[in-house]
Design a protein around this ligand. Structure first.
Ligand SMILES: *Cc1c(COP(=O)(O)O)cnc(C)c1O
Length: 484
């Protein structure tokens, strides 16, 4: 009879030694990050080494670990560096390594059943209710990110306010008349949720914004009225707390009033901005957030939980369950034994198997505490003001948008370029900053103009990093402009 085998280490002592070395390498990587380039392109030789035929036979843990350490660690996106300012990325923490090890060791599946991991997620959900002032009836679910959270929220809104039977019959149950509203500054994930749900992204009306880049609530009201008059069926409004371009916050209270008047669902995309609630000073900007039917935000952005970790919070847990619950016989619950623990998390979203993301979030919140997390968010907003000050006091720099929270959009302008030249020059400055590993802002367009966009969701950033950034932008501007 052939010997039976498993996937356990063949030599536990050797495995232990390698795992300890791996942990040291991971810690060394994080500790030394600020001395490294912010970003560097993946060398061709490493890209090529990743195009290998399927391995038939295995390799030692130590060899693979060594390879990850030398070939992969230095070539990340850069968001663990103090001068990473691109898009909206959280910075992560070394502490986050610890719960990830335990999560891998437990290998828990949080789709349902009765085990401790689900209790940890329930604790996280309860904390989220408390953070945002949602009632006891509120439900929630840890998901990959705000895109998934918004999808779950919009589906719940569709099932709540759409016609009977839509879950079974699909959109045939509607007259193709469901419409929703968001601002022109909304994140593309909102339109994507309309697309995925079969409503079509055209069914999402884009409401213009005011000078502060906030949804124009009068235009919102007018559009809803016009749609109703045209025989359509408005069902939800998606407001944004912290827009991706400039960090503006829609007028939540006014929009909540409108949602109430018309009987619509209010979803808030608070991907990064919602967590500004952790700062006493910033909290008033978010007044009314507790009136939302649903709220999406990310732990992996401004709270710096290591990727990935997002959350959907829903005022009435029944709405969420109504939109997703569907349990065949093989998933039947019980009042005792391992199949207990009702309701199961798989009844609150599209996924059945779910990893133990809850552990790193639970660990992170306990380890840092809300005060420290809030202070870090507040510090980023102070840094954005500091940077805006540097920009406005320089004759060759121009601020392109108001600074609401943590995002600064500006450009280098030597004074005698036309619009196309300025766009080219500033785009080149950003690429050079990235390729030289100096700093990593991204770009966007503000009123048609290409802007250097500095988003500070980074607990490692110091004011000196921003001074350095400005010096380098000015130096590069002169260098690139001078060279034609
Ligand atoms: C990042 C972001 C999203 C998408 O979140 P993911 O976690 O990347 O899915 C949505 N809205 C806003 C405002 C964002 O900044």
């Amino acid at each position: 009879m052939a010997e039976q085998s498993s996937l356990e280490p063949t030599d536990w002592d050797e495995f232990r030694e390698t795992a300890h070395q791996t942990l040291d390498d991971a810690i060394d990587h994080m500790q030394g990050r600020s001395d490294q380039p912010v970003w560097q392109p993946v060398p061709d030789i490493i890209r090529e080494s990743l195009r290998m035929p399927l391995p038939k036979d295995g390799q030692q843990t130590s060899l693979l670990s060594q390879r990850i350490s030398t070939d992969f660690l230095p070539y990340g996106v850069g968001n663990t560096h103090p001068r990473f300012f691109g898009w909206v990325h959280g910075a992560g923490t070394p502490a986050g390594i610890v719960p990830e090890m335990f999560a891998a060791a437990m290998n828990a599946n949080l789709g349902g059943r009765d085990h401790v991991a689900n209790e940890v997620e329930k604790q996280v959900i309860s904390w989220c209710r408390d953070i945002f002032g949602f009632p006891e009836t509120a439900s929630g679910l840890i998901v990959s990110g705000t895109s998934m959270a918004t999808l779950i929220a919009v589906k719940s809104a569709r099932e709540k306010l759409g016609p009977e039977g839509i879950r079974k019959k699909g959109l045939i149950a509607t007259k193709g008349d469901l419409v929703g509203y968001t601002s022109a500054e909304a994140h593309s994930s909102v339109a994507r949720s309309f697309d995925i749900l079969g409503l079509g992204s055209d069914a999402l009306r884009s409401i213009p914004t005011n000078a502060a880049f906030q949804m124009d609530s009068d235009a919102l009201k007018d559009t809803i009225r016009a749609d109703i008059a045209a025989g359509l069926r408005p069902f939800c409004i998606v407001a944004t707390v912290g827009t991706v371009n400039i960090g503006s916050v829609d007028p939540i209270s006014k929009i909540a009033d409108i949602a109430e008047d018309f009987g619509l669902w209010l979803h808030i995309d608070g991907a990064f901005g919602a967590l500004a609630i952790l700062s006493e000073r910033l909290r008033p900007l978010l007044a009314g957030i507790e009136r939302a039917h649903s709220l999406a935000f990310d732990f992996h952005k401004w709270m710096h939980v290591n990727y990935d970790a997002g959350f959907v919070l829903m005022r009435d847990g029944e709405d969420q369950r109504h939109a997703f619950s569907e349990r065949p016989e093989y998933l039947e619950g019980a009042s005792r034994g391992l199949a207990a623990g009702n309701p199961w998390f798989c009844e609150y979203g599209p996924e059945l198997s779910r990893g133990f993301r809850a552990l790193k979030i639970w660990f992170h919140i306990q380890h840092f505490g809300l005060k420290r997390l809030g202070a870090s968010i507040e510090q980023n907003c102070d840094q954005a003001s500091f940077l805006a000050g540097l920009v406005t006091s320089s004759l060759k720099l121009e601020l392109l948008a108001p600074v609401g929270l943590n995002i600064v959009c500006f450009r280098f302008d030597p004074g005698n370029c036309d619009q196309a030249q300025l766009d080219q020059l500033n785009g080149d400055i950003v690429v050079e900053l990235q390729e030289r590993g100096l700093a990593a802002p991204s770009t966007t367009r503000i009123g048609g103009n290409l802007a250097i966009r500095v988003n500070i969701t980074n607990h490692r950033t110091r004011n000196t990093d921003l001074e350095f950034l400005v010096e380098q932008v000015l130096a590069l501007g002169v260098e690139l402009y001078g060279s034609g």
